[in-house]
Design a binder for this molecule. Structure first.
Ligand code: GLN
Length: 498
């Protein structure tokens, strides 16, 4: 028998316990499935398939019995319901795809499965990944285990809440404008959005194709590294924006020592840039206090803090909310009642069928974005909005390159406040959009970014520290987060009752 409850083990611990035969993958899956049922009130799972999960666990146990010992073998994970999966329905949080069964697995899903991970279920998210609180899910709200009256963040809210509530040791998420980092921050877990193109988008239901990126969410940077090692890598035959750049061993990067580092100062020589625009009046004082104390811990670890500027931060909101809806309006045109998903029952003719199908099955936020996107792409407005936004997007990316001449990693808050209460921002799309201020620019630039638990703010809710690196610097980000997690225990805190 294992020494501690299975749900208290992280990925590495659980993999070791399975490999050492202190427990089995089947036992772990059964335990976590029972826990999923016990905590149904959190609204995190949209689908389970116990028979399939247990069959996968049995297969993993057979690999263990045959002597295999690999970092994810037998470990149960769950996927954001935006990744298509065989054997589980895939809805993207939308009525449009209710009950949809994919005939194939997303690349990220099949890569994790090949590494021996077991799929436990599909996790709630905002409809087509549009949102910041999981309250745009067509099925149910997801709740933050730190305070069930609050949102877990979004759009990967189910993933963050499931990991924080110890329902699963790690989960996949996607980040188009912050959807891995912000829910990770709101739920006190660790998440990384890799460089755009680092993980395949094949089989990820598309929201905004030039921004969408998959990534892992787990308790620690070390566990994120184990997942990312399996998820990353080229998939150029199936995803034309997949980068033809070999996958790395991110777990090895965790402990790779820096030049000049000492045991007491593992980050000696690391220059952390603090953008003035991330530390202004727009950020709640409780969040800033937690972020600043995390930064002094970084100084203790040997890092130096450098003042930098990302002058176009404010513009990232209008730019993102032109480009993302434009791409969404194009991507979502495939949901026409013919090829996929819902079709209205009664209609007069083809046009009426399109109208009724799309009005019935898309929620209000998705409809809003389709209208904005169609508008900014229309003749006469394309130059004024879409083209302008693309130009500013390029300038935002250049600002980051300028900043990286002065520092190695950029740090700041993930979000301007802790998690808000469910319903508080539901009626006000602008309030949601504004809360994305610190995550959008990284996505527009295609850079890797992560969220690291950094303490607690108002109402004792978790606060995340954001770390942003240059292209392909996932290893450096994970190393930087890991050093912090070796010295602090914010990432080990568990919400009461879980
Ligand atoms: N909150 C942002 C939006 O609503 C980001 C979503 C995401 O990253 N998927 O678009």
């Amino acid at each position: 028998m294992s020494l501690k409850p299975i749900h208290d083990m992280g990925v590495a611990e659980l993999a070791a316990a399975i490999a050492d035969k202190k427990t089995s993958s089947v036992e772990a899956a059964q335990h976590l499935l029972a826990r999923a049922r016990q905590h149904e009130h959190l609204g995190v799972y949209l689908a389970l398939n116990e028979d399939l999960s247990l069959a996968q666990a049995k297969a993993a146990d057979a690999r263990v019995a045959a002597g295999e010992r690999t970092p994810l073998l037998g470990v149960p994970l769950a996927h954001k319901d935006i990744f298509v999966t065989r054997g589980f329905p895939t809805t993207a949080g939308s009525k449009m795809l209710a009950g949809y069964q994919s005939p194939f697995d997303a690349t990220v899903v099949s890569q994790l499965a090949a590494a021996g991970a077991v799929t436990l279920g599909k996790l709630n998210c905002d409809e087509f990944a549009m949102g910041s609180g999981n309250d745009n899910s067509a099925f149910s709200a997801a709740h933050n285990p730190w305070d069930v009256s609050r949102v877990p963040g979004g759009s990967s809210g189910g993933s963050a809440a499931a990991v924080a509530a110890r329902l699963v040791p790690a989960a996949t998420g996607t980040d188009t404008g912050g959807s891995i980092r912000q829910p990770a921050a709101f739920c006190g877990i660790t998440g990384i959005k890799p460089t755009y193109g680092r993980c395949s988008r094949y089989g990820m239901v598309a929201f905004a194709s030039s921004l969408d990126q998959a990534g892992p969410m787990a308790r620690s940077a070390a566990d994120c590294a184990a997942l990312l090692t399996a998820m990353a890598g080229p998939d150029i035959d199936r995803d034309s924006t997949s980068l033809d750049h070999p996958a790395e061993d991110y777990s090895a990067a965790l402990t790779r020592s820096r030049e000049g580092a000492t045991a007491a100062q593992p980050l000696k020589g690391l220059r952390i840039g603090l953008p003035a625009e991330f530390f202004g009046a727009g950020c709640a004082p409780d969040v800033l206090a937690a972020v600043r104390s995390a930064l002094s811990e970084y100084e203790q670890l040997g890092a130096t803090l450098v003042d930098i500027s990302l002058p176009r931060t404010e513009l990232s909101i209008p730019v993102y909310y032109v480009i993302a809806p434009a791409e969404a309006s194009s991507n979502l045109s495939r949901f026409d009642g013919v090829k996929f998903g819902h079709r209205a029952r009664q209609y007069d003719d083809l046009i009426d069928m399109y109208k009724k199908t799309r009005s019935e099955a898309f929620g209000p936020e998705v409809q809003r974005r389709i209208m904005i996107g169609t508008y900014v792409l229309s003749h006469g407005y394309y130059d004024a909005y879409y083209l302008q936004a693309q130009k500013i997007r390029r300038l935002i990316a250049q600002d980051f390159q300028q900043a990286f001449t002065q520092c190695d990693v950029i740090a700041g808050p993930v979000a301007p406040s802790v998690a808000w209460t469910i319903g508080e921002k539901s009626a006000d799309p602008m309030a949601n959009y504004l809360a994305d201020i610190y995550t959008l620019s990284t996505s527009l630039a295609g850079l890797p970014g992560m969220s690291v638990p950094a303490g607690f703010g108002a109402a004792n809710m978790p606060v995340g520290l954001q770390l942003v690196g240059n292209y392909f610097k996932e290893g450096e980000l994970l190393h930087t987060a890991h050093a912090f997690q070796q010295a602090t225990d914010w990432h080990l805190k568990t919400p009461q009752g879980y």
